[in-house]
Ligand binder design. Structure first.
Ligand code: NBP
Length: 482
């Protein structure tokens, strides 16, 4: 009997996805560049299963049922192109290549188009959930050649995480690089969620002087509220974790955050598309700032930074902080969905935002109860332009406003950096202000560069230039937006 699917790449993700597929009754053919890893896998974790090995790409192709489905779980970038180049001459028209790595979506756009010309279908799929997700149920976000989806759907939906209603956290996202785009936004939102939690931690630790056991208890309680999520849950575990000397391990970890690029890509795309994705972008910059450790140590001394003590009833502050965190999180998701909406419009992807929320509901790092509410919001209004306008989320934003402002103001007053919580509030203030000072900005642009402006008392699209000083000419610059 031939294999149902081939997987190339036997590192942590590939191995665990293969074992997961095997558990669900699929016969998987496994291949890896370094052949010894095939043997190690077959004689190790895959021993006693139906998984078979292939030591060359030709052997892999020969061992697969038509149309062949070959999934790459290798390092993103050139390695994917190199495997595609080697596979294509061995494949037949209608065969399917799937890239399950963390690929930047323009690469997927390019590959879908290039392979289409050769009659090969290509799926670019986000896979989230790390090692455990891959093994027992990841969130899977496939996009690319729609003709390929019916062949891949049963396998992907079988191995994916499920919601509490047993719905698969995997559905077709859209054409071209839509799957990888949505995965990128997922990772950007993950940056935001994590940064917000760290800001709450710093406020509690430095501002309220709380112990790690106290903070752990707070996160345990928060996990029983609307904040219920994987990241809040693991944060409570981390805060309670003691090193061998009985001290909290988290305080022994160097405070410089790493990043692999997906948050940065999200920010770059937001800038390219003109979407105010402030919270995620601030979260990326917060990691950049954290990496300037030596400079920060020097600057703290240079500026004689004082302790940032927050006075007042601790319980009241903790509840205010919870509300500020929840409200900021709503803004982060609202901005992320704005970005997806713009990308969907620009690329003709026709994204289903409720389905996206459902795909993130289980299996992935940002899984949370909250995503069910997001799904409900898009069920009510699939074209919702701002998540915060949905009545459930609007209610939370309004109810949290006082506490959120209190926390933001206090952090500024005592000098606790909370870039993401404060930028979320600033965003909402801007978004809910009908008249912003951009009129003055337009005047400045016209003053120094004859960039022209529109008038509130004239139809939109009519542009004016004023000779502000009487010394300039009447010639204006060309009007366009980049
Ligand atoms: P890695 O990203 O570490 O990639 C390892 C695989 O790539 C191995 O099979 C390795 O073969 C192969 N490879 C490399 Br590296 N360079 C190669 C080359 N020049 N030619 C051929 N093969 C090459 O594995 P991973 O952590 O399992 O991740 C796989 C994909 O999934 C990546 O795109 C990753 O970003 C994504 N992802 C990872 C996670 C996670 O939690 N780790 C989560 C979600 C998505 P070799 O054995 O011969 O060196």
């Amino acid at each position: 009997m031939k294999g149902d699917i081939g997987v190339i790449g036997l590192a942590v993700m590939g191995q665990n996805l293969i074992l997961n597929m095997n558990d669900h009754g699929y016969k998987v053919v496994a291949h890896n560049r370094t052949a010894e890893k095939v043997d190690e896998f077959l004689q190790g974790p895959a021993k006693g299963t139906n998984i078979v090995g292939a030591y060359s790409l030709q052997e892999l192709v020969d061992k697969l049922e038509s149309p062949r489905k070959i999934m790459l779980m290798v390092r993103a970038g050139d390695v994917v192109d190199s495997f595609i180049d080697k596979l294509v001459p061995l494949l037949d028209k209608g065969d399917i290549i799937i890239d399950g790595g963390n690929t930047n979506f323009p690469d997927t756009n390019r590959r879908v188009a290039a392979l289409k010309e050769k009659g090969i279908h290509f799926i670019g799929s986000g896979v989230s959930g790390g090692e455990e997700g891959a093994r027992f149920g990841p969130s899977i976000m496939p996009g690319g050649s729609p003709e390929a989806w019916p062949f891949v759907k049963p396998i992907f939906q079988a191995i994916s995480a499920k919601t509490e209603n047993d719905e698969p956290c995997c559905d077709w996202v859209g054409n071209d690089g839509a799957g990888h785009f949505v995965k990128m936004v997922h990772n950007g939102i993950e940056y935001g969620d994590m940064q917000l939690i760290t800001e709450a931690y710093q406020f509690m630790k430095d501002g309220l002087g709380m112990t790690h056991d106290e903070m752990q208890s707070v996160f345990i309680e928060w996990n029983k509220t609307e904040l219920n999520s994987y990241l809040v849950e693991i944060t409570s575990d981390i805060l309670g974790y003691k090193d061998t000397d009985g001290e909290p391990l988290v305080e022994k970890i160097l405070d410089t955050a790493g990043q692999k690029g997906t948050g940065k890509w999200t920010g770059i795309n937001a800038l390219d598309m003109g979407i105010p994705l402030t919270l995620i972008t601030e979260s990326v910059f917060a990691r950049c700032l954290s990496s300037l450790k030596d400079q920060r140590v020097e600057a703290e001394e240079l500026f004689g930074k004082k302790e940032s003590i927050v006075e007042g009833d601790k319980q009241v502050w903790i509840e205010a902080l919870r509300q500020a965190l929840l409200a900021s999180k709503i803004i982060s998701y609202a901005q992320g969905f704005m970005l997806m909406r713009e990308a969907s419009n620009e690329n003709g992807w026709d994204l289903n935002y409720g389905n996206v929320a459902l795909m993130w509901r289980g299996g992935c790092i940002i899984r949370s109860a909250f995503l069910s509410n997001i799904r409900d919001a898009y069920d009510i209004d699939p074209e919702l332009s701002f998540l915060g306008s949905d009545s459930y989320f609007k209610g939370i934003l309004e109810n949290s406003m006082f506490a959120w402002r209190k926390v933001a103001a206090k952090s500024m007053e005592v000098g606790i950096p909370m870039p993401s919580m404060t930028s979320a509030l600033t965003f909402l203030d801007g978004y809910t202000t009908a008249r912003l000072p951009a009129n003055l900005l337009q005047a400045q642009r016209d003053y120094f560069g004859a960039h022209t402006y529109e008038r509130v008392d004239k139809p939109k699209g009519e542009f004016f230039h004023t000779n502000w000083t009487g010394k300039g000419g009447d010639v204006s610059s060309t009007t366009y937006n980049s």
